[in-house]
Design a protein around this ligand. Structure first.
Ligand SMILES: N[C@@H](CCC[C@H](N)C(=O)O)C(=O)O
Length: 323
């Protein structure tokens, strides 16, 4: 990984004093506006909301600044955890709020760091700081041999403890469009998730996620809510038996998105907990924007793998954006 250094100057737009160079990318259609922190760009909630605006801005579920860990107060903790974590994913939700982690975002940042010449997968893992701690990314093959990235998402936790694991639930979630509130399981991936199982695709389609699901008890810092339909087990061509889950998600600070990486991990972990000790260790999670792979690792960590795509580099006129 290349060490942080001064950035190249951005090109000027006609009539604009300081153009802002951004990149648009997505992971299974969970989309982000990416900024190169070497330009010295500062993020505030207004700028995040303006960039994420799908009509007056660039549009995205989140805004991510790739910044030197040494330049952020939160960077000290990740550098103490691993001095190789010289780069940090400064992630913000579309509403301007700060979130601890973004699984799809980590993969898209890996592709961005690679495009900027800051990371060469042949030289080893990308060691990335996040507000949930250090995350390690490696290049991995997708189902058709395409380039995917696999992220060690670290330790996960059921905040409700063994009682919740045994009961399969520690909360109730009321979703508009569904007739009754459902039992749900809280799962912590560095950021909070609440997972509820639905009977079938018809129920999944009936859920109206234009309104935030009502979670009881209300988690202290809010939560992301995953609606899942367990699809059973499947034998892949190589003989591996995997579990399969279909999921929709309502993200804290965003609304319904077409994918959520930490949410896919939470969904797979919840379904695995409900299925019992014979459940597979590898899960394919189908989301509206594609499919990601979730695997529990022997060291108690969970791994998320999936694609990452950069679609455009853009020069934004900050005056027009704020206007
Ligand atoms: N889309 C992300 C999660 C982003 C943060 C989330 N909305 C939160 O507030 O916790 C992912 O891919 O994990």
């Amino acid at each position: 990984m290349t060490a942080p250094a001064a950035s190249p100057a951005a090109r000027a737009l006609p009539g604009s004093v300081e153009p802002l160079r951004v990149t648009k990318g997505h992971g299974t259609q969970n989309d982000f506006v990416l900024l190169d922190g070497r330009t010295g760009v500062a993020l505030d909630a207004d700028l995040v909301r303006a960039l994420a605006d799908r009509r007056a801005g660039i549009g995205g579920d989140g805004v991510i600044r790739l910044v030197a860990s040494a330049d952020l107060p939160e960077g000290a903790a990740v550098l103490a955890e691993d001095p190789a974590a010289t780069w940090f994913m400064d992630y913000r939700n579309a509403d301007g709020s700060i979130a601890e982690m973004c699984g799809n975002g980590v993969r898209v940042v890996a592709e961005y760091a690679r495009a900027l010449g800051l990371w060469d997968p042949a030289a080893g893992e990308l060691v990335l700081g996040t507000r949930a701690g250090v995350r390690r990314v490696r290049e991995a093959a997708g189902p058709a041999g395409e380039t995917w990235y696999a992220v060690d998402m670290g330790e996960w936790r059921l905040p409700g403890g063994p009682e919740a694991a045994a009961a399969g639930a520690d909360a109730q979630v009321d979703v508009t469009g569904l007739t009754v509130a459902r039992p749900a399981l809280s799962v912590d991936l560095g950021n909070p998730h609440t997972v509820l199982a639905l009977a079938d695709d018809a129920e999944l389609a009936a859920a109206d996620l234009t309104r935030a699901p009502v979670v009881d008890p209300v988690p202290p810092h809010g939560t992301n809510v995953e609606l899942v339909v367990p699809l059973g087990e499947q034998r892949l061509q190589d003989g591996t038996v995997v579990g399969r889950v279909r999921m929709r998600v309502h993200e804290r600070g965003v609304g319904e998105t077409r994918s959520c990486g930490t949410g896919a991990c939470a969904a797979a972990l919840a379904v695995r907990a409900w299925a019992g000790p014979q459940a597979p260790d590898v899960w394919l999670v189908d989301v509206p924007g594609g499919t990601v792979r979730v695997a529990t690792l022997p060291d108690g960590h969970v791994e998320l793998a999936g694609p990452a795509v950069l679609v455009a580099d853009l020069d934004v006129d900050p005056a027009a954006l704020r206007g």
